[in-house]
Design a protein around this ligand. Structure first.
Ligand code: SF4
Length: 354
């Protein structure tokens, strides 16, 4: 068989497998039903860095609360961030909200149907634009997620490690993308990667493309894809200032809109420093000039690019509030969009105080 025939044969097998074994997912339309671009977009944004199992309940909740994109556009950012709690990477939630507003105001609530227009929208990168083009509009496009990268790597036994090999994998994937049924094909590869060609112990025995898979022929499926060693994450340090009033209320504040955890509510903290600073230096950033008591232990939270070690200082304050201060009873913390790192701080305090 020449290369063209091999590709054709593969595509037929992949689509045939998809027709019989596709995953049933809440955001996926039934066969023969035109997909809803809002559902496709929402699920793709949620699925970035998050598992399908986690996303299911969030997706359903968002649709119950904001059934259409215009509803989401009209929601308050706070409500969206609050509903997003637990999915992490809050910049995605802020961009989701902004994107809904742009589509409502500039596109009459309809997603544009070109990759370039999609790419110009907040929070939509090359992968998401391509996934929307293929899945929502059934237009020929080649989205590359982690599952697809793994399948393509093994199919061609690409020995170059990820992420260096990404560009080459993309070229190989483009060659394989069919003109018709682009959405089904992309989702089929995602499903094969998620359910058969899994990171460990791929189930080659039931794979529809075993015959054409070089990694399987050479017995390399367990070894591929190779990965470059990740650099060691730096550790940043900070102090969290837990300030209470005699009423039992605790001081919270909103983080700046831009930057990590932008717009989220936090227990005030000092800057997150890579360079070790003394307590004295960090206390200068405390919200009030009061006496502080150190709580034993540290809280560690890991972000994508660094670890954050937090110490907790306790203080009481009865004076005037400053602009932006939010005083909340601990049992009402759930009313605020507190990120996971702050929930860990609360859990640590509860554990220490018994
Ligand atoms: S044959 Fe095995 S290694 Fe190759 S694509 Fe299928 S599951 Fe992956």
């Amino acid at each position: 068989m020449d290369e063209k025939q091999i590709i054709k044969d593969r595509v037929i097998k992949i689509l045939g497998w998809y027709d019989a074994h596709r995953r049933i997912l809440p955001w996926r339309s039934e066969p023969g039903v035109v997909p809803n671009p809002y559902h496709v977009w929402l699920s793709e944004i949620m699925l970035q860095q998050t598992t399908v199992a986690t996303v299911k309940s969030y997706f359903e909740y968002f649709l119950t609360r904001w059934p259409k994109i215009e509803n989401l556009a009209k929601a308050s950012l706070d409500d969206v961030l609050h509903a997003w709690q637990g999915l992490g990477y809050y910049a995605r939630a802020r961009n989701l909200h902004k994107c809904a507003q742009v589509i409502s105001s500039d596109y009459d609530c309809r997603f544009p149907e070109t990759e370039s227009a999609l790419l110009a929208l907040p929070g939509i990168g090359p992968y998401t634009a391509s996934a929307i083009m293929a899945i929502a509009f059934n237009k020929k496009s080649t989205p590359m997620d982690g599952n697809i990268e793994r399948v393509i790597t093994r199919l061609h036994a690409v020995m170059e490690p990820l992420p260096k090999s990404k560009k080459y994998l993309y070229q190989l994937a483009i060659k394989m993308t069919p003109d018709l049924r682009a959405g089904d094909y992309a989702q089929a590869l995602m499903d094969i990667g998620a359910t058969i060609c899994t990171p460990r112990s791929p189930n080659c025995g039931i794979c529809p493309i075993t015959r054409n898979c070089v990694a399987n022929l050479k017995g390399l499926e367990e070894e591929l894809p190779k990965r470059e060693k990740k650099p060691v994450k730096p550790v940043r340090r900070a102090i969290v200032f837990w300030v209470t009033r005699s009423s039992g209320k605790v001081l919270l504040r909103r983080r700046p809109e831009k930057g990590l955890l932008g717009g989220m509510i936090e227990i005030p903290s000092s800057s997150w420093e890579v360079k070790k600073k003394s307590h004295k230096e960090l206390i200068e950033q405390a919200p009030f000039d009061i006496n502080w008591k150190i709580i034993p232990g540290r809280v560690r939270h890991t972000f994508t690019h660094f670890h954050l070690d937090l110490e907790i200082f306790l203080g009481t304050y009865e004076g005037k509030s400053l602009k932006g201060d939010i005083w909340s009873m601990p049992h009402q913390f759930s009313d605020h969009a507190l990120p996971t790192v702050m929930k860990k701080v609360i859990a640590h305090l509860q554990a220490v105080s018994g």
